[in-house]
Design a protein around this ligand. Structure first.
Ligand code: UD1
Ligand code: MG
Length: 459
């Protein structure tokens, strides 16, 4: 097989996004557009992958990382000029070069491979991927001869009224004979409405030089959605969400209502897990099998084991074991670790804490910078007092300890294994294993005193 190269164009400013963020860094289903494209391209077989960067070069390059070689296009003079930035590396080399745009996040590696295969199989100088759109406005139009052969591509801004009616568009994805591409790029001029060097002009130049150029129409038009503004960004998000949800359902995950379920591209979910409506799962999240997540739950960068239940809660950057129950209305904040069969109930906030196996904080509790052993019972309304206004301190609670309701555990403090803290105590000193700590004023009952107050309406 000959050498295959990929060039991803990502130097443009993205003026139409009206944003401080560089266009290709805008996210689709929680992942920057450029990463979607790079990740798909990496799944196909390329000897090298280049990304042309310009606006926000540093930010875009750091997003690409080591997964491609970034080439700087100092001035953005058009898509043909962008491809030329790879000429030091590629001009004169035998092989096939695919060119695609960093703002086309839905393209798949299968489509890329099919286009290359078609071009190589037909010994064509180039193959253009086209799509039929109901609303082709903004895209370059595919102009064919009366006999249906590809003639040229005309940009929306340069198109005549008749040409604007054509609904077959250039997707911005091409496969070229590498040598011919770089030979032809030098011939592209910039006499057009935008004063730019257009890559689609290479197609016309190749045709004029009697080279074979083919156009392949994709049946998956949604793959080719180019994102130039926020409306197209929302459209891309919808298609990507649908793709992710379908993939998960095909893998055996139940989504009660895919329309209101938002799951990131990186999320992995095991079989027979059920996701209830209104749930958002972001970042690199991994959920095991047989879980019930939601409704109205927000999970970000968490690992959740199998058979766990999470109901109407917020979970961030945390590790959750198997058979764990969380919610309704719990908040698990970053760096928490909740072990198997633990139970975190309503209005409980857990921050940077470890909760041992079978331990329970069932109601109205704050656990911050705490380490709980196994089988601990945290009474309702209990608080780890971890902050003195300047520093944070740790609370340690041993296996089998029982903390009564409405206790304050003023950190740093340790409660030994099996110790008992009486309800309403404010604990400022550590408690030994198996001890009972009571830290509250004694109750005094004054007999018949209430009668003196004479407050009853009907005595
Ligand atoms: C481009 C195509 C159009 C096609 C559409 C598909 C051209 C001239 N037009 O239009 O035929 O229908 O894509 O989505 O190619 N870029 C650079 N350097 C530059 C200019 C652009 O790297 O100097 C990059 C941009 O960052 C972007 C890509 O090239 O990722 C395409 O540029 P964009 O301005 O979005 O072109 P479109 O108007 O969408
Ligand atoms: Mg575009």
């Amino acid at each position: 097989m000959s050498n295959r190269y990929a060039i991803i164009l990502a130097a443009g400013k993205g003026t139409r996004m009206k944003s401080k963020l560089y266009k290709v860094l805008h996210q689709v289903c929680g992942k920057p557009m450029i990463r979607h494209v790079v990740d798909e391209v990496r799944q196909a077989d390329f000897s090298s992958i280049y990304v042309v960067v310009g606006y926000g070069a540093e930010a875009v390059s750091s997003c690409v990382g080591d997964d491609a070689v970034c080439l700087l296009q100092k001035e953005q003079l058009g898509t043909a000029h962008a491809v030329l930035q790879a000429s030091d590396r590629l001009a004169g080399q035998a092989g096939t070069t695919i060119v695609l745009c960093g703002d086309t996040p839905l393209v798949t590696h299968e489509t890329i491979e099919q286009l290359i295969d078609a071009q190589e199989r037909e010994h064509a100088a180039a193959a253009v991927l086209t799509a039929k759109l109901n609303n082709p406005a903004g895209y370059g139009r595919i102009i064919r001869t009366a006999s249906g052969d590809l003639e040229r591509i005309v940009e929306d801004k340069d198109a005549t009224g008749e040409e604007k009616k054509v609904n077959e568009v250039n997707t911005g994805i091409y496969s070229f004979d590498n040598k011919l591409l770089f030979e032809t790029l030098h011939k592209v001029g910039n006499e057009n409405a935008q004063g730019e060097y257009y890559l689609p002009d290479v197609i016309q130049l190749l045709i004029q030089a009697s080279k074979k150029v083919i156009a392949r129409m994709t049946p998956h038009f949604e793959e080719t959605v180019g994102v130039n503004d926020r409306i197209q960004l929302a459209a891309a998000e919808k298609y990507m969400r649908d793709r992710i949800n379908r993939r998960l359902m095909a893998q055996g995950v139940t989504l009660i209502d895919p329309e209101t379920t938002y799951i990131s591209a990186e999320t992995v979910i095991g079989q027979d897990t059920v996701i209830y409506p209104g749930t958002i799962i972001e970042g690199h999240t991994e959920i095991g099998s047989g879980c019930k997540i939601g409704p109205r739950t927000h999970v970000k960068n968490c690992r959740i084991g199998s058979e766990s239940l999470v109901d109407q809660s917020v979970l961030e950057e945390s590790w959750i074991g198997d058979w764990v129950e969380i919610g309704p209305f719990s908040h698990i904040r970053p760096l928490s670790k909740i072990h198997n069969q633990a139970h975190i109930g309503n209005f409980v906030e857990v921050k940077k804490s470890e909760i041992g196996e079978r331990s329970k904080a069932s109601h109205l509790t704050y656990l911050g910078d705490a380490v709980l052993g196994n089988d601990v019972n945290m009474g309702c309304g209990t608080i780890t007092v971890n902050y003195d206004g300047k520093n944070k301190f740790a609370t340690r609670i041993g296996n089998g300890a029982f903390i009564g309701c409405n206790a304050n555990l003023v950190a740093p403090v340790t409660i030994g294994d099996g110790a008992f803290v009486a309800a309403g105590s404010t604990i400022t000193e550590s408690v030994n294993a198996d001890a009972l700590a009571i830290a509250r004023s004694r109750q005094t009952n004054k007999e018949n005193y209430a009668l003196k107050l004479n407050y009853r309406v009907n005595p």
